[in-house]
Design a protein around this ligand. Structure first.
Ligand code: GLN
Length: 487
């Protein structure tokens, strides 16, 4: 039986379009149908642009041409912290509930210029703070593998849109794991590129030294295709690399002979779910069979990286979120008595609990008298984490770890205890601290049938090697071919 349209990969859709087996309208309509059938239950989308999407698809078909590039006429969706001109962008916050951006994020501009078809904007934790998407001011996004469970976060909407066939690919942002962790929970490939590889212009800032835009796809091959479309220097983002782009698909099918894979017991401690450990060990065997060499390394700073992250991320967030003052953006409180009262009432009503917690923590850590003890200390730890990575990559090409210690948890399970929630990102945070590329790939299923994720981290700008190593595993296991049942 042939695959349904919405089960196809980006690569397959592009080939069907090119060979005229499918029209752009048929493809776009299939995703719109999937959204109509499922999103009432799953709540991945905050804003749909499906009418414009159909229009753009029909325009493409009328031209009766071969696509100019691989993403032309392919639908996709964006996390709702990526600004889109004239399309509501909320960062899942009340304070931006009716915000219509006057400009485009560079990544959107690039996809749009390449002919991609935007289906809509996706739910997330408010301002990308969280690990379950439960911090959205608007709705709970459900995991299509088990709707009593969270999809992970903060890019939960992006993960669910792709995992449930409501978009063939999506973009998200990853400050401490927000692409890789939800990708792991929903059985997808999630890529956080090297810091600076993809422009952050038009990404609503959370923690600017950690934030990075990346991809959600079913396959590694698709991740390489989408990264190719969004990476590259942008003069509008001063932290963007000014170096020629690599060919991200170039090494996909190269042999793993001689590749060195680092493993560390520090990621296999208490709290790691049994099935995830099993799948990790199975992966090591697969890699050895493929000709890779396993190298044992230390990652002694895992816990310290988590602590440093919550200092640095909160400090930067407190500064970035100062701009929501009821004057320049979004919502303003109705009744107030003078300027200060207006600020207080606007921010009290506009921000959710987690965002307030971060602003308080960050402001405290940056205040005089505490700066040296907290923020400066955290920055010193950051340097040590980078040193630790450098040592690892002197001995090995990549580091293989689980993406998360558990599979998707139930709604409410970690909401009352912020520290539990913060621990959800223990394994993903260090890559952001180091600015390194990391991806999560489907690594099988637990006893409840929930997806498991395995993570590969590499040195800066090693995306082609990461894709090669991940793709080799996909070709052996085929886990990426399993789809969540429709709801
Ligand atoms: N869960 C982490 C946090 O809450 C990471 C979020 C993210 O990567 N955006 O900060």
């Amino acid at each position: 039986m042939s695959k349904e349209i919405r089960e196809k990969t980006v690569k397959e859709l592009a080939e069907d379009l090119k060979n005229k087996r499918l029209t752009a309208e048929e493809i776009t309509q299939a995703y719109i149908d999937a959204i109509e059938a499922q999103d009432g239950t799953l709540n991945a989308y905050l804003t749909k642009t499906t009418e414009d999407a159909l229009k753009k698809a029909r325009e493409f078909d009328q031209q009766d041409k071969v696509p100019d590039n691989i993403l032309e006429a392919i639908p996709y969706a964006l996390k709702d912290n990526i600004v889109t001109e004239n399309i509501r962008t909320t960062a899942a916050s009340k304070i931006l509930e009716n915000f219509i951006p006057p400009y485009n994020a560079t990544v959107y501009e690039k996809l749009d210029n390449q002919g991609g078809i935007l289906l809509g904007k996706l739910n997330m934790d408010e301002f990308a703070m969280g690990s379950s998407t439960e911090n959205s001011a608007f709705e709970n996004t459900k995991n299509p593998w088990d709707i009593t469970r969270v999809p992970g976060g903060s890019s939960g909407g992006s993960a669910v849109a792709v995992a449930s066939g409501m978009a063939p690919f999506a973009l998200g942002s990853d400050t401490g794991g927000s692409i890789r962790q939800p990708a792991a929970y929903t059985g997808l490939v999630g890529v956080k590129p090297t810091y600076g590889l993809v422009s952050r212009y038009g990404l609503i800032a959370f923690a600017s030294s950690l934030d990075q835009i990346g991809t959600f796809t079913h396959t590694v091959e698709d991740a390489a295709i989408v990264l190719d479309a969004i990476a590259g220097h942008d003069k509008k983002d001063s932290t963007s690399f000014n170096a020629p782009k690599k060919d991200y698909s170039a090494k996909l099918n190269e042999s793993l002979e001689g590749v060195k894979i680092a493993v560390s017991k520090d990621f296999l401690g208490e709290g790691l779910q049994r099935e995830i450990r099993d799948s990790y060990e199975e992966a090591l065997k697969i890699y050895q069979d493929l000709g890779a060499e396993i190298v044992e390394v230390d990652f002694s700073l895992l816990d310290s990286a988590l602590a440093a992250y919550y200092m640095i991320a909160s400090a930067e967030a407190s500064s970035n979120l100062a701009r929501y003052d009821g004057v320049r953006y979004g919502v303003r409180a109705d009744d107030y008595n003078g300027l200060v009262d207006m600020y207080v009432k606007t921010r009290t009503a506009g921000f959710g609990d987690e965002v307030k917690r971060r602003i308080m923590l960050g402001t405290y850590a940056l205040s005089s008298g505490y700066y040296d003890a907290y923020y400066k200390k955290a920055m010193q730890v950051r340097t040590l984490v980078i040193d630790e990575y450098n040592k690892i990559f002197d001995q090995a090409d990549v580091l293989l770890t689980p993406t998360t210690a558990t599979t998707a948890f139930k709604f409410g399970e970690r909401l009352d205890n912020p520290l539990d929630m913060y621990l959800s990102d223990l394994y993903t945070i260090p890559a952001n601290i180091g600015g390194l590329p990391a991806l999560s790939m489907p690594g099988g299923f637990d006893d409840n049938g929930l997806p498991i994720g395995l993570q590969l981290t590499g040195p800066a700008l090693s995306e082609p090697e990461l894709f090669k190593i991940a793709n080799a595993y996909q070709k052996v296991t085929g886990y990426e071919n399993q789809r969540a049942k429709s709801v």
